[in-house]
Each structure stands twice: as structure tokens, then as C-alpha cells.
Design a binder for this molecule. Structure first.
Ligand SMILES: Nc1ncnc2c1ncn2[C@@H]1O[C@H](COP(=O)(O)OP(=O)(O)O)[C@@H](O)[C@H]1O
Ligand SMILES: [Mg+2]
Length: 384
């Protein structure tokens, strides 16, 4: 009896030491929970390899006073998601997929409660909005050189003033993603219809030429459907086979708790698109190849190092500006035809990178950083 009891206690102890990470999302009437299921399944698998128990939990299932929670795991043998009980998590990884969901009062409250709760550490508190990012990056001399001139698009007068200095502008919804709602304006004063407005449609862009800024403004207002927008200096991106490309850097905290580059990918624009998004006809390519073709070997090597360092500087400043603990972000960076690097946006919930090496590293890093955070926490407890 005594021996059995000992064995039981030992097992319990081992179990309780296994770190637990819950992937936070919102529930869904039809499919139980929302979010990228294959990403969640990959996280569960990678977590297992790093000694973690990983499961999906919805905001509703996350009850902060319980010892156990209902959650979902992926059963590979039946290829289905099953609900079961799991231990309360040490770490919560926020992957709520949509901004709208994150703004629901019950979701906001739960996230705020998680941030205050000493039992859990929350990874990635919320989406960024494009305007805040620019405010934060303007605050530091280290990041100022990389940000295009950016204003909120509030009035026709304001837009007109911006166009005196910048003949090429990007208009972007503050809470946008995946190229939705993006427009460009090109001012060509010598033409009879000098204002050229391009609007991103599914895979192509639609062009309107207008004679006056009044007409341009009416059209923009009609297209922007009440969304808040920023107007931004347009950058003439470097190109490959006459297609613009930009860079995507994935920046994550590593096993020492420091910001680190997990990978840099490149996206080449579709021939008819004003953005480089893959669903809009863009394609994935190798940054080194593209940079060599645009700038030659030596300059390309320097640019890659510069991109690496710039991405780290920007990530640190975003974390400082946001006054929140962040774990990862992806950065959209442009390289102009002169070889200057420009910041376009940061995503607090990076999409899956399709490059296999970056993908693998990105999954591993979540858990390596997870171990770091939990060891630090345990260390602190011991010292007190
Ligand atoms: N100021 C700009 N100058 C040139 N290209 C831009 C500019 N802003 C955005 N782009 C292009 O459009 C893409 C989408 O812009 P981004 O700000 O990332 O919006 P989204 O949230 O829709 O991804 C960028 O990756 C880049 O290719
Ligand atoms: Mg983007």
C-alpha cells in the first residue's frame, strides 16, 4: 500500500511539473472554436516534443479560478478534435483570430483578467493597430529613419497637404489585414486627369482617374466605407522581373528571453496587385535571390544584415511603446530602389510562415521561450 501510494505521489509530482500551455481562442457555434486548426494542431504536436501539455481553450472555457478546464485536443488517429479536461495552464497563448472577436466585451474582460492574474502568463495580449505602431516608432531616434511619413486620413485638406510632398501615397485601414481596403494615389500633374486612385480588389487593382481632389476625396470616402484610415508615403519598392517585393521578418523571444530573428521571407507582388499578399496573386520567394538580383551580391549581403538588425530594433521599440510583454511579431518591411529599409506594419499574431525552416523554428521558439519564462517564475518563487 505504502509503495503504491509513493508511486502515485511521485507520478502526481511529475505530472504537476509538466508545463501547460493553452491556446486561447473564441468559441464558434458550428465548429466548436475558431482559428487556424492546422496551426493549433502543429502547436500541440511541437509542444509535446518540448515536454508541454498543449490544448485549445475558448474564452468561455477559460475559468480563472478552476484547477481544471475543458479544452480541445487533436486526435491524430481519428483526425478529429476532441473535448476533454486539462490542467489549468501556466501559459496562455492568445490566437483569437479576428479583431472583432477580440473587441467583444466578454473577451476584453477575460484578457484583462488574465493579465492581472498571477497564476498565468499571457502571450500576445492583443492585435496592434497601424496608427499606434507609427506613434510608438516615431518616439525613438533608433526607429524614426525606417518609418514612411504617416498621417491619419481625416480630411480632404490634410490629404491634399500630404500630396504636395508625396506624389505617391498608400491609404490603409487602421485595423486592416491581408490587403483589404488598401488603395494608392499617384499624382501626375502633367496629365489631364492628374489623380490616379488604385483600389485593391481580390487579385487585381481597379483604377480611377480623377481631375480634382474633390472628386478623388468623394471616391475615397465611398470606398473606405466608414473605416478609419492612415495615409502613408508610398515607397518605390525594389523589384524582381518588374514585380515589387517586400520582406517579412518573424521576430520572437528565444530561450534566453531575448528578441531574435526566426526567419526572413520575401513576397513578390502579383503583376496586377498593389500589395504582395499571396492570396492576392503574390508569391513566396527567397530574399537573398531577390536582393542579389536587384542590388548585386555584396550590397545584398549588407542589406540582409541591415534588415536583421532593423527588425530587432523595431521589435524592441514596439514592445517598449506598447508597454506590454510581447513574445513574437512579424514585420512587413520594404526595401526601396536605393536600398533603404522601410517599415510597413507589424502583426501581433503572425500568420504561419510557409518556409519550412522558419515554420519549424517559430513553433520551437514558443516553447523554448515558454520554458524560460516558467523557469524564471519558479526561480523567483524559490527566492522569496
Ligand atoms: N507605404 C507603402 N509603400 C509601398 N508599399 C506599401 C506601403 N504600405 C504597404 N505597402 C505594400 O502593401 C502591403 C500591405 O500593406 P500592410 O501595411 O502590410 O497592410 P495589411 O495589413 O493589409 O497587410 C505591404 O506588404 C507592401 O507590399
Ligand atoms: Mg501586411
Amino acid at each position: 500500500m505504502g509503495i503504491v501510494l509513493q508511486a502515485d505521489t511521485a507520478e502526481l509530482e511529475i505530472q504537476s511539473k509538466q508545463p501547460v500551455l493553452a491556446i486561447l481562442t473564441v468559441d464558434d457555434e458550428i465548429q466548436m472554436f475558431r482559428g487556424n486548426r492546422s496551426n493549433f494542431a502543429d502547436l500541440i504536436q511541437a509542444g509535446g516534443e518540448h515536454g508541454f501539455i498543449v490544448y485549445v481553450v475558448t474564452v468561455k472555457q477559460l475559468k480563472l479560478t478552476r484547477k481544471q478546464l475543458d479544452g480541445f485536443t487533436f486526435d491524430a488517429s481519428t483526425e478529429s478534435w476532441v473535448m476533454q479536461k486539462f490542467p489549468f495552464p501556466d501559459l496562455i497563448y492568445n490566437r483569437i483570430p479576428l479583431r472583432e472577436d477580440e473587441l467583444l466585451p466578454e473577451v476584453k474582460q477575460k484578457i484583462a483578467a488574465c493579465m492581472k492574474n498571477p497564476r498565468v502568463k499571457l502571450f500576445n495580449p492583443a492585435f496592434f493597430n497601424k496608427w499606434s505602431l507609427f506613434k510608438w516608432l516615431r518616439m525613438s531616434k533608433s526607429t524614426q529613419p525606417f518609418i514612411p511619413t504617416t498621417r491619419r486620413m481625416l480630411t480632404q485638406g490634410g490629404l491634399g497637404k500630404m500630396m504636395i510632398k508625396h506624389k505617391f501615397l498608400y491609404l490603409k485601414p487602421i485595423s486592416g489585414k491581408a490587403g483589404k481596403g488598401i488603395m494608392t494615389i499617384q499624382l501626375q500633374p502633367e496629365k489631364p486627369l492628374p489623380y490616379r486612385l488604385k483600389i485593391q480588389a481580390d487579385k487585381k487593382s481597379i483604377t480611377y482617374n480623377c481631375g480634382t481632389i474633390n472628386k478623388l476625396w468623394v471616391r475615397i470616402k465611398k470606398e473606405s466605407t466608414g473605416e478609419r484610415y492612415i495615409a502613408q508615403q508610398g515607397i518605390q519598392l525594389a523589384s524582381f522581373n518588374e514585380r515589387s517585393f517586400d520582406l517579412r521578418a518573424l521576430v520572437q523571444k528565444n530561450q534566453r528571453g531575448q528578441w531574435d530573428i526566426s526567419g526572413i521571407g520575401a513576397r513578390v507582388a502579383g503583376s496586377l496587385s498593389i500589395t504582395t499578399h499571396v492570396p492576392r496573386g503574390g508569391s513566396i520567394d527567397d530574399p537573398e535571390k531577390l536582393l542579389i538580383s536587384a542590388f548585386g551580391h555584396e550590397e545584398a549581403r549588407k542589406l540582409l544584415v541591415k534588415t536583421h538588425n532593423t527588425a530587432l530594433t523595431i521589435a524592441k521599440q514596439i514592445e517598449r511603446g506598447s508597454r506590454r510583454r510581447l513574445v513574437e511579431m512579424s514585420l512587413d518591411l520594404g526595401v526601396d530602389q536605393e536600398g533603404n529599409i522601410w517599415f510597413f506594419e507589424a502583426n501581433a499574431k503572425p500568420m504561419k510562415f510557409d518556409e519550412p525552416d522558419i515554420r519549424k523554428r517559430s513553433l520551437d521558439r514558443i516553447f523554448q521561450y515558454g520554458h524560460y519564462v516558467l523557469n524564471k517564475k519558479a526561480g523567483k518563487k524559490g527566492a522569496v
